[in-house]
Design a binder for this molecule. Structure first.
Ligand SMILES: NC(=O)c1ccc[n+]([C@@H]2O[C@H](COP(=O)([O-])OP(=O)(O)OC[C@H]3O[C@@H](n4cnc5c(N)ncnc54)[C@H](O)[C@@H]3O)[C@@H](O)[C@H]2O)c1
Length: 335
């Protein structure tokens, strides 16, 4: 199959492209704007055609979509903290960008899969969300992702475009940009930097290893029913503070590196997805959180050339703004 993968140079997109090319022999065209989170290095050694462009640019999209059988859209701004500081790019990419892609898929008459998130449902104290739960997003990130989902569904109902939506829970694994919780904590722990934990650290997430999510997306693309959304939850739940403690154990860091910082505004307390619907299609997670976290820590430890340019570039300024502390300046002093 020939696929157009938008946002394929990011974390989940690059894992998906690697899997499709290596395990399924697909031909892949990657369209990516290469924001701070998109990197050609993420696709090193993977055969693909690369188009440097934005999904909100109709000309770029028209060129990239030629001859493909399906479009998979990962392209997004993905960091909740950045959506609070500067929501405009989130509106542009998720609303305008998704619209342009849908129009192009409609003109080409091809299947369209939108990669979405559990955050569109908001927080849940107990139990798990199903695909019929109401959308109740709480950040500019999740609100614009929810808007994109609704637009995708409208193209199925109004124009008969064969659309699919995959809503994943929190992903982790190789190639994740270090602003996100797990790689942030792994790299800080390796360097002896402080580990900034928001609020009381008891925000619970439903952790999903990235290769499992990538497999689910491929599975839904092949077997999903057009017009439907599929939740893809991870096999294990874990509070952020426990995630940090496990990382400390795996990296040999010290508990005293933990530093509690002011909570994120509107921080959702718990996310949880039921995966029965995608399970009925024949998908199941293969990697538990314990194994996945060990593999992730090992990957970051073994791939310094991947993260060194990030930790020494613009990311330093972002980090200082966000946490009020310079990277590399926060080793433990024995207290
Ligand atoms: N990371 C998670 O835990 C998670 C969980 C569930 C769903 N998702 C969803 O999965 C998708 C991918 O997430 P990720 O964590 O890999 O993100 P990421 O930030 O690592 O990668 C996003 C990619 O999209 C590209 N991009 C951004 N704006 C673009 C635009 N306008 N045009 C073209 N390319 C653009 C970036 O350059 C980057 O390569 C997103 O849609 C996200 O909402 C993420």
């Amino acid at each position: 199959m020939r696929l157009l993968v938008c946002g394929g140079a990011g974390f989940i997109g690059s894992n998906f492209v690697r899997q499709r090319v290596d395990e399924h022999g697909d031909e892949v065209v990657v369209l990516d704007k290469l924001t701070y989170a998109g990197r050609r290095e993420n696709l090193a050694g993977v055969a693909h055609t690369f188009v440097h462009g934005a999904i909100e640019d109709p000309d770029q999209v028209a060129g990239a979509i030629e001859g493909v059988q399906a479009v998979v859209n990962f392209a997004a701004e993905t960091h909740v903290d950045r959506s609070i500081a500067a929501p405009d790019a989130f509106v542009r990419t998720h609303a305008q960008g998704t619209y342009v892609l849908l129009e192009a898929a409609r003109a080409a008459g091809v299947r369209y899969l939108q990669v979405s998130t559990d955050e569109v449902y908001g927080s849940i104290a107990e139990g798990s969300f199903t695909e019929t739960s109401p959308l109740a997003p709480s950040s500019p990130y999740s609100a614009t992702k929810a808007g994109a989902d609704l637009l995708v569904s409208s193209y199925f109902h109004t124009f008969d475009l064969p659309t699919l939506i995959c809503r994943g829970s929190n992903n982790y694994g190789p190639y994740q940009y270090p602003e996100k919780l797990i790689p942030l904590m792994v790299l800080n722990a390796i360097h002896g930097d402080r580990l900034p934990v928001y609020g009381d650290g008891m925000q619970v997430r439903n952790w999903l290893f990235v290769e499992d999510f990538a497999r689910a997306i491929g599975h839904v693309l092949a077997h999903g029913r057009p017009g439907e959304a599929y939740n893809v939850g991870g096999p294990d739940e874990c509070a952020n503070l426990d995630v940090v403690r496990r990382i400390i154990e795996l990296t040999g860091g010290a508990e005293s590196l933990i530093e509690y910082v002011a909570d994120r505004p509107g921080h959702d307390r718990r996310y949880s997805l039921g995966s029965e619907k995608v399970g009925a299609l024949g998908w199941a997670a293969r990697v538990g959180f314990g194994e996945g976290l060990e593999r992730t820590v090992a990957w970051y430890r073994d791939n310094a050339p991947w993260w060194e340019p990030i930790r020494s570039g613009d990311y330093r300024a972002y980090y200082e703004r966000q946490y009020g502390r310079a990277l590399g300046a926060g080793g433990v002093s024995g207290s």
